[in-house]
Ligand binder design. Structure first.
Ligand SMILES: Cc1ncc(COP(=O)(O)O)c(C=O)c1O
Length: 542
């Protein structure tokens, strides 16, 4: 079998995956469009219909595909794998071929075998899920996946194997495996986020690192005289704390002007966000300033709301903003991520939050067509100048194992019906249901419409708890952890003038595959007990 035959087979598979993914995306959109107006039975019927059609579609495309890239002909897979291994094996250079040849990271195909379950493999069962997360403390209602994510034990074992391989013969791993395994992770991510080229995808530690990479180039814009003092960066008021600090460190210090987009909370409609964003851009352009960068969250952290990124990016383009960076720390596995549709210059998402990777892995997507980007990893190694993806794949001696198990993670994900889309959709439905159950029990309300929530929902806490500062939220969170074994972050919202009995505290609940209804009942009952006992935050020690 010649390489050419295998290559054309591969092309057919990749086309099949692309067709299949867009079909699935279309079906999910259609299904979610009706989800809030149908009865429970209607939803079930639609879900059945959706799965049925997806299966039929899968078999009629490339005859062997189920859920993006999940089922491939074993023969093709093994050929693809060996071809890939041959192209990846390197024999020289201080860092292997990929590292020493700056072009070698371009457009290589993913190694598909490692994330392709066979058709006969049944979906994951509840007891499998229990065992995959048996390292979680069973005494804790862990309804805060949003902060630190989770990682199943099958992936942790694979990671451990890699760590041992490194320790057994680090030189061999460094010269013959590290770069090809990085490339494998990047190729998988590229497919999932629908990027054009693998060289648009860099793997980094976390969203915080990605933010530093993007903002550093902005600081250079000022230092090198391309930007003028007072040129602006725009960000949401609810940008993550570390992102705000990074903007202070890289933009304000360099002479930039920072504009925050005030956002209402609770928020009643997407329009409110869009209007505030437009106003902020207008302010940014006053006095002849240019808006050099807009930083937009895909899902804000606290309070958590899904931001209409596509629409905001479009507005940025219309208004002449130089570059747009989407901070989607909660992106992949939590909301739909299609970087071609979103059209931002830069997009980062963690994989350790909602994509089951061990801590810590994120990607930074940089659109190839983006003009004047001069991106470098802030930790400079001998790979400096070889392109961001290669720079990011060696930032000195350290443990890279988390970043190399993406294929194993995908294998785990594809054991679930519908793969990552199925998980995301079910998590969203479940968290909304749990949120609605809680607000009903406590007589409060959700922080936004269900369609503006991801796999996290803001749930109003009873006003009588007397949450009156950020410090109170921390104290209450600690109290819930220590006394009730409930792990949940809380947000303080200052009352508006004239509001009577306002809800000032919102809990951000998450739902991930390991969660059970009992976790939320435990939280419900803890708060009920506090209310019944006349508890207020003022009674907690500082
Ligand atoms: C919106 C947002 N940006 C950035 C981050 C930082 O992520 P990490 O700590 O993984 O770098 C977070 C973390 O929760 C976040 O929610």
């Amino acid at each position: 079998m010649s390489g050419r035959v295998v290559a054309s087979g591969l092309r057919a598979v990749v086309v099949g995956i692309a067709n299949h993914s867009s079909f699935i995306r279309h079906q999910i959109k259609a299904f979610s469009a009706v989800r809030y107006c149908g009865t429970h039975l209607t939803k079930k019927l639609l879900l059945y219909n959706f799965l049925h059609m997806s299966l039929n579609h899968s078999f009629s495309h490339s005859s062997c595909l189920l859920s993006s890239s999940s089922i491939l002909s074993p023969f093709l897979i093994s050929m693809a794998s060996s071809l890939h291994t041959q192209t990846q094996t390197n024999t020289n250079g201080t860092n292997g071929d990929s590292a020493s040849d700056p072009k070698s990271h371009l457009c290589k195909k993913p190694r598909l075998q490692s994330h392709a379950p066979v058709l006969s493999q049944p979906f994951i069962t509840p007891s499998d899920i229990l065992s995959e997360f048996s390292h979680h403390d069973p005494s804790v209602a862990r309804i805060n996946n949003g902060s630190f994510g989770c990682c199943p034990s099958s992936v942790l074992s694979a990671q451990r194997q890699l760590q041992l391989q490194w320790l057994q013969q680090p030189d061999n791993f460094y010269f013959n495996q590290l770069q090809s395994r990085f490339l494998e992770s990047r190729n998988i991510i590229k497919e999932i986020i629908n990027a054009d080229h693998v060289d648009e995808v860099s793997v980094v530690d976390n969203a915080t690192t990605a933010v530093a990479i993007v903002l550093q180039q902005m600081a250079w814009g000022f230092a090198e005289g391309r930007f003028h003092p007072g040129d602006a960066a725009v960000m949401l008021h609810y940008a993550y704390g570390a992102v705000k600090k990074s903007i202070e460190a890289y933009v304000t210090r360099a002479g930039g002007y920072v504009i925050e987009v005030p956002l209402p909370f609770p928020v009643d409609s997407v329009d409110e966000i869009v209007q505030e964003f437009r106003k902020a851009l207008e302010r940014g352009k006053q006095n002849g300033r240019r808006v050099r960068l807009a930083v937009i969250d895909h899902v804000t952290s606290m309070p958590s709301v899904v931001i209409p990124v596509k629409e905001l990016v479009k507005i940025c383009r219309e208004e002449g903003v130089d570059q747009v960076f989407v901070d989607a720390a909660h992106g992949i596995g939590c909301v739909d991520v299609d970087v071609k549709e979103i059209e931002a210059d830069f997009y980062t998402s963690n994989l350790h939050k909602w994509f089951f990777c061990p801590p810590s892995v994120a990607f930074l997507y940089c659109r190839r067509s983006t003009k004047s980007s001069d991106l470098h990893h802030p930790v400079v190694s001998h790979e400096y100048g070889n392109g961001l993806a290669i720079e990011s794949a060696w930032i000195g001696t350290r443990d890279y194992s988390a970043q190399l198990v993406v294929a194993k993670v995908l294998e785990f994900i594809n054991r679930f019906e519908g793969g990552i889309h199925g998980i995301k959709k079910r998590n969203h439905e479940a968290v909304v249901e749990m949120g609605e159950m809680l607000v009903k029990a406590w007589g409060t309300h959700l922080g936004c419409l269900p369609e503006m929530c991801s796999s996290m929902v803001m749930v109003g806490l009873p006003a009588c708890l007397g949450i009156s500062s950020d410090q109170d939220t921390l104290k209450l969170r600690t109290y819930l952890r220590d006394k009730f074994r409930v792990e949940v972050p809380i947000y303080y919202r200052a009352p508006k003038d004239g509001e009577v009995g306002p809800v000032t505290g919102y809990a951000r609940i998450s739902y991930q595959v390991y969660n059970k209804v009992d976790d939320y009942y435990k939280f419900r009952d803890a708060i009920k007990q506090l209310v019944d006992n006349g508890f207020t935050c003022a009674s907690l020690p500082n």
